[in-house]
Ligand binder design. Structure first.
Ligand code: GLN
Length: 485
């Protein structure tokens, strides 16, 4: 079959599974199609920190020998803060540039068990701190829809790789929006699961009470499938919950007639770009036409979410990042004396944004300020969580824009951290409340940049979130558009 490889790389995970099982496509053909696509495009997109071609080829032999598994022969990319045994895991930080984990994260262990093939580790903002991948210690990733724009972040490499057809799916991590925001910017699907749904074992910690791993794919069904594989209790992560994992793929087909949908006033504010608001409003109309009952709701503490997040996330980060001292992991800058070695290693190994956050967090936790900042932030966090609980007494899901603007230009916000922080204004409250949310493509700006619709659900009710997303996607088909590469 000539010309086939060019099309193989646009196969979704679900479609590829069917063709692989029927023997119509070989795992080697699918893998080669992805690797060729990476060779052709990644010089311009720069989605990957490491392409694991050799590793993938040896893995191919393994899966051909062993057979079986839900994801047998499916090539995927993994964000570079998720540990892969024997494969360099850098968090896009100079301090971990040479770090090769001696163990496998639980999520990738589960993917391995189902027969997936790792093709590479994706670029990100250093330690997942950022919204554009510009904070990567190595290089910035480009948005496949417009190469002079950011792909979002921090999982920008994963989103760009999926959007440009280099892989059919990827994993990202989301602490304040890092799966959903890049998914929205790149016109793909991104799901942040409920806190505790997916094991964080082997995810390099940024803010442990907020971090969660989730899928980035080109369709809702593929996201449901990956979630099904990576979810579930893990004895290695005491915050992972002992609840049975439903079949997310089986939950998609039922219609959404009579479902109650809330639209929070606080998310349609000044600062929301009308070019983003328009497609989101249209999406709400589509969901109403599908039989849902749409009503306005209030989430009154929303205006405090960004400030609260930047106290809690930086506090946890300052503590989590204390381990990078030149002794235990990665980089060491030799110097005279231990303290000097610590200081020089951290000065050289960490980038500007990471240092800024360590300083902010250390300040917020220090004696005398703890009550005023950290404790206060925890109290406000509870209020934000309560807002959602009260809203979910009245509605089943909440719809909002994923981001206030479409993808911005590379360099546009990097000098102004506050502007950058505000880009996550609609995604952050969800992490503070620990609940699940998905971003699905819902249209384009007049310039042709993708726009994302966020669907937020009750804790551990990913099924309803995915079902609304799927019904919407089937009705509209925005996810079928491809970037002009
Ligand atoms: N952009 C947010 C931050 O910089 C969220 C990052 C994330 O979700 N990892 O912290």
């Amino acid at each position: 079959m000539e010309g086939r490889q060019e099309e193989l790389y646009w196969l979704g995970i679900t479609e590829a599974i069917t063709l692989l099982r029927r023997g119509e496509v070989k795992p080697s053909e699918l893998l080669e199609a992805c690797l060729q696509r990476i060779r052709a495009l990644d010089g311009r997109i720069r989605a990957f920190v490491t392409v694991t071609e050799e590793y993938a080829l040896s893995r191919l032999e393994e899966i051909n020998r062993d057979g079986g598994g839900l994801l047998w022969g499916i090539p995927l990319a993994i964000k570079d803060n998720i540990c892969t045994r024997g494969v360099r895991t850098t968090c896009s930080s100079k301090i971990l540039e040479g770090f090769v984990p001696p163990y496998e994260s639980t999520v990738t262990e589960r993917l391995l068990k189902e027969g997936y093939i790792l093709v590479g580790k994706t670029n990100m903002d250093e330690f997942a701190m950022g919204s554009s991948t510009e904070n990567s210690g190595f290089f910035t990733t480009a948005n496949p829809w417009s190469l002079d724009r950011v792909p979002g972040g921090s999982s920008g490499g994963s989103a760009a790789a999926v959007a440009s057809g280099m892989v059919p799916g990827a994993l990202g991590s989301d602490t304040g929006g890092s799966i959903r925001q890049p998914a929205a910017f790149c016109g793909v699907v991104g799901l942040k699961p409920t806190y505790g749904r997916v094991s964080r074992f082997g995810l390099v910690a940024f803010a442990s009470s907020l971090d969660q791993i989730g899928p980035i794919t080109r369709s809702v069904k593929d996201a449901a499938l990956l979630l099904e594989v990576i979810s579930g209790h893990d004895p290695m992560d005491s915050t992972s919950v002992e609840l049975t994992v439903p079949s997310y793929t089986n939950a998609l087909d039922r219609d959404i007639k009579g479902l109650k949908v809330g639209i929070p006033k606080e998310y349609f504010i000044e600062g929301l770009d009308p070019q983003v608001e328009r497609p989101v409003r249209d999406a709400i109309d589509v969901i109403r036409d599908l039989g849902a009952e749409v009503k306005e709701i209030n989430l009154p503490h929303t205006p405090y979410a960004v400030a609260t997040y930047y106290i809690i996330a930086t506090s946890e980060a300052s503590s989590n990042l204390a381990r990078y001292d030149g002794v235990k992991y990665g980089l060491r800058v030799p110097s005279s004396g231990l303290l000097q070695m610590y200081m020089e290693t951290r000065a050289k190994g960490f980038g500007q944004e990471v240092k800024r956050r360590i300083m902010l967090g250390t300040f917020a936790l220090s004696a005398g300020y703890y009550e005023a900042y950290y404790r206060k932030a925890q109290q406000v966090r509870t209020l934000i969580k309560t807002d959602f609980e009260e809203a979910f007494n009245r509605v089943d899901v909440i719809l909002t824009p994923t981001t206030p603007t479409a993808a911005f230009r590379i360099g546009e916000k990097i000098e102004d951290p506050l502007q950058m922080y505000l880009n996550d204004i609609f995604t952050i409250p969800v992490n503070l409340a620990g609940i699940p949310a998905i971003s699905v493509p819902c249209g384009f700006t007049p310039e042709g940049l993708p726009v994302g619709l966020q669907i937020i659900g009750r804790a551990f009710d990913e099924e309803t979130v995915l079902r609304v997303a799927y019904q919407y996607e089937q009705k509209t088909g925005w996810h079928l558009r491809r970037p002009p590469l």
